[in-house]
Ligand binder design. Structure first.
Ligand SMILES: [Zn+2]
Length: 369
């Protein structure tokens, strides 16, 4: 019965798990079916116990969690006034506690603040600790998000110091953003310009995005790239958020694209159309700047210097030029710099990137409205 209950909760807690941010995988040896408390504490530093050496009654807790009350040599423990039974008694030997398997499972389920997946075999416990990411769904006043994972297929982009390609980082992080945003803003529809390792020409990327405007003008575009320098020994590091640099010719191109994409009422007088397309173009520009600033500021917070901010910048990127909606390009880090590469490889950092971008989009939407 107790066992069924624990299995049920293990499944429930895995469902809550965002399921991506693996912090570490580890094994702990079992000694005659027992786990040494010190071994567990090494992996879960907030875990502690108190033991009254006279009556051999003690408590186990994690940080400020509720506690398990136990007695040495007893096969029961108490949690929140419930008595839970164990198949073997808790032992105290050589100044350490020895916990039976079910008690370790109960610690994972009831006490610790991270998510865990684990497996017991005859002689060891394999442990994967995850950062707990419970995403609270929210409504957002935006219809479509286009995510453009830079490069792909025959175009690998830059090569990182560890030999990995830019195209793989951009796709991995695009997927992470999608997974996160689907949970965070369930009403926001996400479209990729590429879902896998394929080559998509730059002009097609903007076209894919612009097509979405037919169903809703409430659409933004985020392109993901990684920076690099040809001289890795002098490589800078950090991320940058770009919007399109304005100039007369670029403006004119965008205005005529607005007309050809029929984003304004083409039944109107051509002069009116011209004025409207100019107005729309400047709205797109202002909103792109707003979006870039919003994302930079929330990324700064969520990344907490793991990848440093190099600020908001402007550039004449083709993919930005072509898109008829608020659009930014994020250089996620310098893959010519070992520290940035290390960070981009880490699932927890990828998640921070997703969180920061999602928060930035939310702040942008609030500011724009
Ligand atoms: Zn690139």
């Amino acid at each position: 019965m107790e066992k069924n209950k624990i299995t049920f909760w293990a499944i429930v807690s895995i469902l809550f798990l965002f399921g991506i941010a693996s912090v570490n995988a580890d094994t702990i040896p079992l000694e005659k079916g027992y786990i040494r408390f010190e071994e567990l504490k090494k992996r879960l530093p907030g875990l502690q116990y108190k033991l009254d050496m006279v009556i051999l009654v003690g408590e186990i807790r994690f940080k400020k969690s509720t506690e398990f009350k136990f007695r040495v040599d007893s096969a029961y423990f108490i949690h929140r006034n419930n008595i839970e039974s164990l198949t073997k008694p808790i032992l105290y030997m050589g100044r350490d506690l020895y916990l039976p398997r079910e008690m370790v499972e109960a610690i994972f389920i009831y006490l610790i603040d991270s998510e865990v997946s684990y497996k017991f075999t005859e002689d060891k416990l394999t442990l994967n600790l995850y950062q707990r990411v419970i995403v609270q769904p929210e409504e957002i006043g935006l219809r479509h998000l286009i995510i453009d994972a830079g490069h792909g297929g025959k175009d690998p982009g830059a090569t990182a110091v560890n030999g990995e390609y830019e195209k793989n980082y951009t796709l991995k992080i695009a997927r992470m953003i999608k997974r996160y945003i689907k949970k965070k803003f369930p009403n926001l529809k996400i479209k990729f310009t590429r879902k896998k390792d394929i080559y998509v020409p730059l002009e097609d990327r903007a076209k894919i995005a612009n097509k979405k405007l037919q169903s809703s003008k409430d659409t933004i575009f985020i392109s993901l790239h990684c920076n690099s320098t040809p001289t890795p020994e002098k490589s800078p590091h950090g991320y940058e958020v770009y919007y399109l640099a304005q100039s007369g010719p670029i403006e004119t191109t965008r205005e005529s694209s607005i007309l050809s994409n029929q984003l304004i009422d083409i039944r109107r007088d051509p002069k009116v159309q011209y004025i409207q397309s100019g107005m729309l173009s400047s709205v797109i520009q202002r909103r792109s700047i707003l979006l870039a600033k919003a994302i930079d500021s929330t990324l700064k917070q969520s990344l907490d210097s793991k990848i440093a901010s190099r600020g908001v910048k402007k550039n004449n990127y083709q993919v930005l030029r072509g898109s008829m909606m608020p659009a930014v390009l994020i250089e996620l880090g310098f893959i010519s710099h070992p520290q940035d590469v290390k960070m981009l490889e880490e699932k927890t950092v990828q998640l921070k990137l997703a969180e920061g971008i999602a928060e930035g989009i939310k702040n942008y939407v609030m500011a724009k409205n």
